[in-house]
Write a protein that binds this ligand. Structure first.
Ligand SMILES: [Zn+2]
Length: 442
């Protein structure tokens, strides 16, 4: 009895230590730190981490502050690697409204920026009233018919409504595409089922507006008013944020963790793109991994660098600049693990370059199976869709992982911290650490 009691006590005690004090505590702190980072980076004060109100700079300063707290080492005087690029921005007023005649009734579209319309980021400034004409399938039956559409364009202020929903014929879709791309030199209203914003480094001659199909009921005859204020910045200065932990056995061999911290910024005074999943979540993983490897008990054998890339949404600019001006020689860079969109995971993860570096992919899959972390690890080939790309193009082994399932918000105003699940975050974190440790075996 006594013996049993003692055994029970020992069992309970060790169970308590293992099950409560260790994994749950660590897990909880990983989640809480991730939540704090996502909430901060996606907050209104970061202005969408773009190029209005210095959003990118504020975000870089925040990440730099976290690197300092974790005592990451710098390669030069500080954590920054600066570079420049041109960008079109919208810091001022934006409004867009239309009315359409429907018999005796009027169909009104009241534009709510971000919610039912977007201004394409290549758009110039405009302040005018306009009339609308509709480009429809009847102009897509032959090139002759297509050219006839030009006759409908009576003034340069006209907006052409382009709506290719329901069109499946490839040839016809080509004609629609031409109009959207400005073939007739007109302003364009594109009817879409989902609003998706992207950045532009140039200013086009014509305005392009995306309108959400559900809220945009149009007829052949319409008119409206539009105001767009843009500011083209020819030489914006931004920065990659780079720190590292020195390896204990092979300090000259580097593993790089990367995640871009920039997002789309603001469209007008009042609308900002929070970018919680894209990519505050990846930054949250980057900083959690930095926190892990900076701890005295977890010092890695190889050196590990942590890079928060800038300018990704503009076209992978930060990683392009880095690989052209590498701070760590590329030949000493053993592996790059790029993380972008890590806030979900209910359906597992996808590994871009998985089929390019199959041995490493198989190791990742085996670790996942042994530990039961994630539902699925999907394999993908090469794709120029995040910051891993220029590394693997230059012969450096690189993975890009993103999580699947959960919320569908993407490059819109709904990518918000309060709806980001982060449920699988800790499993992804543990998987990455075990995989990274496997890379350091001699
Ligand atoms: Zn992204």
């Amino acid at each position: 009895m006594k013996f049993l009691k003692k055994l029970c006590f020992v069992f309970l005690f060790s169970y308590g230590v293992i099950a409560t004090a260790f994994p749950q505590e660590i897990g909880r702190s990983v989640y809480l730190y991730a939540k704090k980072i996502v909430d901060t980076l996606a907050s209104p004060g970061m202005h969408g981490r773009g190029y209005v109100n210095d959003g990118d700079k504020i975000a870089a300063e925040y990440i730099k502050g976290e690197f300092q707290k974790l005592s990451l080492q710098t390669f030069g005087d500080d954590y920054y690697q600066q570079f420049r690029f041109p960008i079109n921005t919208f810091p001022g007023e934006i409004s867009f409204n239309c009315n359409f005649c429907s018999g005796k009734k009027t169909l009104s579209f009241k534009g709510i920026a971000g919610k039912n319309f977007l201004v394409a980021s290549s758009s110039p400034a405009i302040n005018s009233s306009f009339s609308t004409i509709v480009f429809d399938s009847t102009y897509t039956t032959s090139s002759k018919k297509f050219e006839k559409f030009r006759k409908k364009i009576k003034s340069k202020d006209v907006f052409v409504i382009v709506d290719d929903r329901g069109v499946t014929n490839k040839l016809k879709l080509e004609y629609f595409k031409k109009v959207k791309e400005g073939y007739f030199g007109t302003n364009v209203i594109e009817v879409v089922i989902k609003l998706i914003w992207r950045m532009s480094q140039s200013v086009e001659k014509c305005v392009k507006i995306q309108v959400l199909a559900d809220s945009f009921l149009y007829t052949m005859k319409g008119h409206g008013a539009i105001v767009i204020e843009n500011e083209f910045i020819p030489n914006h200065t931004t920065q990659n944020v780079i720190g590292y932990v020195k390896g204990t056995e092979f300090p000259d061999s580097f593993i790089i963790f990367s995640a871009h911290y920039d997002h789309l910024g603001k469209m007008g005074k009042n609308v900002y793109f929070p970018g919680a999943n894209d990519n505050a979540s990846g930054c949250a993983m980057l900083l959690n991994l930095a926190n892990y490897y900076a701890m005295p008990g977890n010092k890695p054998k190889y050196s590990i660098a942590f890079i928060a890339f800038a300018g990704e949404e503009v076209g992978l600019l930060g990683s392009k600049y880095y690989t052209e001006n590498p701070i760590i020689p590329l030949r000493n860079t053993c592996f790059v693990f790029n993380m972008d969109l890590l806030g979900t995971g209910e359906e597992g993860i996808t590994v871009v370059n998985g089929s390019v570096f199959k041995k490493e992919f198989d190791t990742l899959v085996a670790i996942n199976a042994q530990n039961n972390y994630l539902k699925e690890i999907k394999i993908r080939g090469k794709a120029a869709n995040s910051d891993h790309y220029y590394f693997s193009e230059k012969g450096v082994k690189a993975f890009f992982i993103y999580t699947m399932g959960g919320i569908k918000a993407y490059h819109d105003v709904y990518d918000r911290p309060e709806t980001l699940p982060l449920k699988e975050f800790e499993n992804v974190y543990n998987l990455i650490i075990k995989f990274t440790n496997s890379l350091q075996q001699p």
